[in-house]
Ligand binder design. Structure first.
Ligand SMILES: Cc1cc2nc3c(=O)[nH]c(=O)nc-3n(C[C@H](O)[C@H](O)[C@H](O)COP(=O)(O)OP(=O)(O)OC[C@H]3O[C@@H](n4cnc5c(N)ncnc54)[C@H](O)[C@@H]3O)c2cc1C
Length: 489
């Protein structure tokens, strides 16, 4: 970029790019600086194993991108980004060839739960009918949350979502299937499932399966990142890769700096420009368990015993509610377990373009203690074998990343924590520090814009968009939010 930018964004994850696009919509000159050699952060797709096999290194399943206000306005189809839907959003295999499955249709999902059908409808129907309002309420910044037309549904969500998922699963469901289906979705949150608020993620993700589905981006999540970069470049913005930012003094004279980083990275970059009080709060901000991930090339699709699981995009592998609770309690309390909760995705079942013709990819991760360098390959493959005997015979190649390698790959994954800070009750109320406007930092013109701010992790772009709106108002005096620019024809 010739001359100084009006705004610099550090980090090109979904939040960094969303922030950049909102700033560019106001006519500002925006530069994004990214330490990696490719933009996208958690949306990167790489040939991790063999040429032509496109593995999403992080996010693959994109219900948030389908539902979030930022991406609805960005309008994925108009940017050439195609979402492809699995026939079954997520499946939870059980012993004896049984499985609980979530389909796009709430009615069909409920019907599959036998005696729990009415309870499933009672829990999810109010949310699905008001899906857009519910999503907008929880993803929009509390600084500008509009009055909702769906207050009773929000209250229904809050009352059921505030407790832990063990309580909610037992309160609503009697069948092993109903209980496991809810707990499997809630376990995405990387918390001990006996903790408060864990029910909320089970409800939110369960609701999204019927509201927008659990789609994948055709060709890999990188296509979404590339579309965001292209949109920025059309407006004169630029993304510079291979540029790690370590000191905010690099930006003398730049009016606004937005950080798609950890809060700790901000404190390190700011040095003595940050007061002791803020530093103390950041030092108390907790990063939770890490992740151990395996990416495979397979000779054929995973041979799940249950035929419906073969058609699912996402699979939650743990067994019953009790086994899921135990699988998640272990990493939260600093232990590795040989019976982990495994979160798996079979991309080529949904999107065959990700591998050469007839090729198959598959990935799975487990939660592990913070900073663990333990190898969970065998535990993961044992869990898959339990519900898909013969799985190991299909493995052609595998690559793994432990929690330490996760952080080396992306500095936002401290100790392997892919949530950029535990999504606990306390840290969701005050993320990352107890202030009303948590995007603001003590350094004038510098804002936090990553998943360490509300509404937290996942590919929705809302943290970045929220932070950019604050910067536009405070630094540039822009009160009327500029709409995102449509694609150039
Ligand atoms: C294995 C895995 C699977 C996941 N699956 C899903 C999923 O299916 N669906 C979903 O919605 N979410 C998923 N997530 C979570 C999702 O990827 C994140 O919540 C999301 O990417 C967070 O976005 P972000 O912009 O805040 O940060 P990131 O996407 O982490 O981007 C931050 C960027 O900033 C860069 N950066 C950091 N510090 C600096 C610095 N000092 N200088 C320059 N650059 C810097 C990093 O290199 C990175 O590119 C997954 C994550 C992982 C790891």
């Amino acid at each position: 970029m010739n001359g100084k930018a009006d705004a610099v964004v550090v980090g090109s994850g979904p939040n960094g790019l969303a922030a950049a696009l909102r700033l560019a919509a106001a006519g500002l000159r925006v530069q994004v600086l990214e330490q990696a050699d490719r933009p996208g952060g958690g949306m990167r797709t790489e040939e991790l194993t063999r040429p032509g096999y496109r593995h999403d290194v992080c996010s693959t399943v994109q219900p948030m991108a389908a539902a979030a206000p930022f991406f609805r306005e960005f309008d994925l189809p108009s940017r050439g980004v195609r979402l492809v839907q699995p026939e079954i959003s997520y499946a939870h295999p059980l012993d004896g060839g049984r499985a609980a499955v979530s389909r796009r249709s709430l009615e069909e999902t409920a019907a599959g739960l036998g005696t729990d059908a009415a309870a499933y409808r009672r829990l999810f129907e109010p949310l699905v009918e008001h899906g857009t309002d519910v999503i907008d309420f929880f993803l929009t910044s509390r600084l500008r949350r509009p009055p909702t037309k769906s207050a009773p549904q929000i209250v229904h969500f809050a009352l059921n979502g505030l407790p832990n998922v063990r309580w909610l699963a037992r309160r609503y469901f009697d069948t092993t299937e109903g209980q496991a289906l809810l707990a499997g979705a809630a376990a995405h949150g990387m918390l001990d499932l006996a903790r408060p608020l864990t029910a909320s993620l089970g409800m939110l993700l369960g609701m999204l399966a019927h509201h927008v589905g659990w789609p994948l981006v055709e060709g890999g999540s990188q296509a979404l990142a590339d579309a965001m970069v292209a949109a920025l470049e059309e407006q004169g913005g630029e993304v510079v890769t291979g540029h790690e930012v370590t000191d905010l003094r690099e930006f003398e004279g730049v009016p606004a700096v937005l950080l798609d980083t950890t809060p700790r990275a901000f404190v390190a970059m700011a040095g003595d420009r940050v007061n002791e009080g803020y530093k103390k709060w950041v030092s108390r901000y907790k990063h939770g368990p890490g992740v151990f991930k395996v990416d495979w090339v397979l000779s054929e699709p995973v041979p799940w015993t249950n035929a419906e699981v073969r058609r699912a995009g996402t699979i939650h592998i743990a067994g019953t509610l009790e086994e899921t609770l135990a699988g998640e309690a272990a990493p939260a309390h600093g232990r590795l377990t040989d019976k982990p909760y495994v979160l798996a995705v079979q991309p080529t079942v949904v999107d065959p373009t990700r591998a050469p013709e007839g090729g198959h990819i598959f990935w799975a991760y487990v939660h592990v203690p913070h900073g663990s360098d333990g190898d969970m390959t065998e535990a993961i493959e044992n869990q898959v074998e339990r519900f898909a005997p013969g799985f190991r015979d299909t493995v052609v190649e595998r690559v793994t990343k432990n929690a330490v390698q996760m952080e080396a790959w992306n500095p936002n994954h401290v100790g392997g924590d892919i949530s950029n800070g535990e999504a606990s009750f306390r840290q969701m109320l005050a993320r990352p520090v107890p202030r009303w406007n948590t995007y603001k930092t003590p350094v004038p013109g510098t804002y936090l814009a990553s998943a360490a701010t509300p509404p937290g992790p996942a590919v929705h772009g809302q943290c970045g968009d929220n932070a950019a709106r604050v910067a536009l108002r405070e630094v540039f005096g822009v009160r009327k939010v500029p709409p995102l620019r449509p694609p150039a024809r």
